[in-house]
Design a protein around this ligand. Structure first.
Ligand SMILES: [Zn+2]
Length: 152
């Protein structure tokens, strides 16, 4: 069996590269990439000249929307999203932090209305030199990005 070819070659799909090591599973779950019925190849802790270690995801026959690419930016700001068509990179998606993000993160404030009422979480995203911050629309508190976890 040509193992290398089987793993490496992707005719149509998406390759997400330069994911911070340890984030690939979160991204798989977030975008439900494992539930699409498509072939998914995930690499953990691959060598990266720039990052030391990185994760990588390849998904066959799936193309990311700009919205998804922007959501991805919150988990992997320096990731590259390559669109593969006919075995070649046809496009690289530019990742930009979204201005708002809905229904993905849970508000860290335990007194926040989102924990008791049937509303979707909603954050304003603010990126600056000192890092990304997220402000909850409901309790209006602002949190550093890494303080805010994905809804389980
Ligand atoms: Zn809140």
């Amino acid at each position: 069996m040509d193992y290398t070819r089987n793993v490496e070659a992707l005719k149509e799909g998406t390759v997400i590269d330069h994911i911070p090591a340890g984030q690939a599973l979160t991204i798989l779950r977030l975008f439900k990439l494992d539930q699409l019925g498509q072939r998914v190849t995930v690499g953990f802790n691959l060598n990266s000249r720039h990052m030391g270690a990185k994760d990588l995801i390849k998904v066959e026959n799936v193309h990311f929307s700009d919205t998804q690419a922007n959501e991805l930016a919150l988990f992997a700001p320096h990731a590259t999203v390559n669109v593969i068509e006919n075995f070649e990179v046809s496009k690289k998606l530019h990742l930009e932090s979204p201005e708002v993000i809905e229904d993905i993160f849970s508000c860290p404030n335990s007194n926040c209305a989102t924990h008791n009422e049937p509303v979707k979480s909603y954050f304003y995203v603010k990126s600056s030199q000192s890092g990304t911050k997220m402000q909850c629309k409901y309790c209006e508190k602002t949190f550093a990005r890494d303080m805010v976890a994905v809804i389980e």
